[in-house]
Structure formats: structure tokens, C-alpha cells
Design a protein around this ligand. Sequence first.
Ligand code: G6P
Length: 478
Amino acid sequence: MDKAQILIASNRGPVSFSTAPDGALEHRRGGGGLVSGMISVATEVDGIWVCAALSDADREAAARAPGARLDLEYDLDGMRVHMLDIPEETFQGAYTGVANSTLWFLQHMMYDTPNKPSFGSEFRRRWEDYTAYNNAFAEALVAGAADGARVAVQDYHLALVPRILRSRRPDLRIAHFSHTPWAPPEYLRLLPDDIARELLSGMLGADRLGFLSPRWADAFLRCCAEILGADVDFSRRTVEHGGRVVGVGVHALGADEAELRASAADPRVAARRETLEELVGDTRLIVRVDRTELSKNIVRGLEAYRELLLAHPEWRGRVTHLAFAYPSRGDVPEYREYTDRVLRVAKEINEEFATSGWTPLVLEVNDDYPRSLASFQLADVLLVNPIRDGMNLVAKEGPVLSERDSVLVLSREAGAADELGRHALTVNPYDTVETARALHRALSMPADERRQRRERLVEAAVALAPRRWFQDQLRSLG
Ligand code: G6P
């Protein structure tokens, strides 16, 4: 394999494949500013992106490409991608069993602890899968990295990669970035002790660790001190471990304004917008756009809307709530149950309040990016109420595209609240009465205040474009 100076490693890559009705493989680029930001830097600086095949179509594409290098077989706009075809069972154990069902639940503090988790021998087998999966990534990076190359490892899927890489290739400069929150030690301690230590020391194989918020960085430092007994300097944010000093940095991530505006100019957005305008008529519009993700707190969001209609009957017939909840992680049973609950609560709200001329709530569960962008343009209020969230880009993208000075109702537990909180209406995501009050205040806010708040939101939201976020990480490696 040819060698690169900059390597990116992430579970979900920048391109995904699907099979067309005629059996041909089609590919499309992953959406969002993060992928674009990293691609734009990677294509400029001699980069390779290493990712996993996530579907059968991905696997087929990887198998067809020489050495699983997709760019040698498909036109990827100058981007080099090595897609790893990790055996299905190993991948499922690592991705569904450990990354999504364990690490994600821990970092978002989502366990119903009287019942879960329970770490038995089944979990140990999955941890072996996770280790094998991390080894497969490390192997590909070892093979693809030029002397002294810089490697940017992304997220909880790949926590063990930095340490494995360092032992194999001490010449490399390694960064690891967490896009999730980080749990406090009292919570990370739910993990078996040896695994918690492996996780932390796996990441500490890096030269530099990055988090989206000072809250997550500091929680990580506390875990290193209390679980590993490492020597931590909290003011300089460094950890001494295994004879090395690892720097921990905070790099917030902003919306990609140029990319967003370009996507919003697509004629499909205008078409969706017309449909939405017809749907909501002259009612005010509360919008939410999420994956159907437990941490996004969709059910409490719906309950807050219900509280609003109960506490302020004057809004009945005058407001519509558009809730987009796109399918996610259907392999995890809790997500399937949650999706059912979202549907059930939505139905109950409509049964309780709908009249012949008014549908209070429109819930859409099929993914439609142009429609999401159109809803940002039209929203009067944008509701973002996760129980915990690394950053939350919807909170940043919505204000950028808003054409009606939408007011942001934002959970204080989202990383984005660090930068946007002052200009949003912040809420405790567990308190649906407070959230309903914030919705009412947002709907009733005078035009001047809405405009001022939105201007400040946009300023804060675009301050750190993904491209800069990524360059900062590379620069921090020296
Ligand atoms: C979060 C994670 C990402 C992940 C995304 C979608 O934002 O930080 O790493 O790609 O969720 O999740 P999925 O499991 O569908 O890749």
C-alpha cells in the first residue's frame, strides 16, 4: 500500500455503498460538515482514511477494490479510502456489543442501573471482538503510515488503537478525539476494573487526546487520576502514564456554514419547504431533528410539548410540532423499544389534542436531509434537549439556516451549551415542565430579541468550522 502523511481512522467512513435495483453498487459520500472538513484537509495533505465496512454492500465494494483501497476502484474525488472488511461476527461484537451497547451507554450515562449493565462472560467475548477490531485498524494504519506520519483516531470505537499503534510504530504522532461526552469516574467504574483500565490506557497511547467540551476533558482527567492512579495536572490538562506525558485538549466543533448554505440551495430543499409550508399553514412551528437515539431525549421532548398544550391552551390550533426522528442502531434492542415509545407518545398527543382542522404533532421517521434543512429554515423554535451530548450540531446548524429567527431551546447537558447557552433558552432535559415553559417563552418572544439572539447564536455556531477543528488537532501534534 502507498504511504500517507496524515491518516484518519473512524468506524463510519466518508463513503457508503448500497446496491441499486439492477444489482450495481452505488456509493455516496457521508453527509455533514465533519466529513467534508476532514476530507478537504485530507485530500490536500496526502491523507488516507481508514474505516470499516458497515453493510453487505460496503463489504462487496471493499472486496472488489485492490487491497480494499476504494479509491483504486471508484471515483472518490481524490480522497484515498481503505475500507476494512472485518469479519461480520467480530464487527458485530465490537460495534453493537461494545461500542453502541456499552461505551455509548456509559459515556451518555444511560443505563437503568438496577437492571443493566451486567458484565458476564458474554461481554468478555465481545470485548475480545472489540480488541480484534481495534487491532485490525491498527494493522491497516501501521501499513499505511509513512515515517513520522500523523494519525487522527476518532471516537469510542477505536479507544485501543493509540496504544497498539504506539507499541508497533513509535515514530508516529497519534491523536485521539472523542465526539461523545465523557462519564465521571463514579460512572465509568461500572465497567470491570481491568477493562476500565484498558480503555483509559488504550487512549493514553496517544500523544494528544481531544474532547469537545472542557466538561468532558475534565471528567476524563478525573478518571485517569482515580481509576488508573495516573499523575494528573488538572490546570495544564496533562496525564503522566507509563513514563509519558499526554496532553488533553478541548476542541469545540462548529457548523460548516459554506457547506450548509450550499446544501440548502439544492432545489430539493425548496420543494420540501413548500410541502412543509402547506402542512403547517399559518401555525407557529417547533422543530426537532434527531436520530432516534436514546440520548436525544425525544420522548421527554414530546412530553414537554404536551405540557405546553396543557399549560397554555391558547397555543392549541396555533402551533405545530414537527419532530424528525430518523432510524438509528436498530441492532440494539433498547433502540427498537425506544422507537416504539416515540411513536406511541406521538400518537397519544395527536389523539388527545387534534381537531378537525389542526394536527398538533407531525412525526417523521424516514431520513430526508433536504427536508431537515427546509425545517431549519421555517422553524420558529428549535428544540434540542438531549440528556447528554458530546456537542450537538443540530443546535448549531439550525440557527445558521433559520429564516424566521428561530429561538433555540437547548439542553444544558449538550456540549453545545458551552458556546450557545447564553443566547439560547437552556433547560434541564429531565424537567418537562421547565422545557414546556421554555417553549412557551420562545413562542412568545418579541421579534427584536429573537433576532438578536439568533445573530449571536450564528456567530458562536460557525466560529469553529470543521476544517479548522481538524487542522487544530493536527497542529497540536506538532
Ligand atoms: C455519534 C458518534 C459518531 C457516529 C454517529 C452515528 O455522533 O460520535 O462516531 O458516527 O454518532 O452513529 P453510527 O453508530 O450510526 O455511526
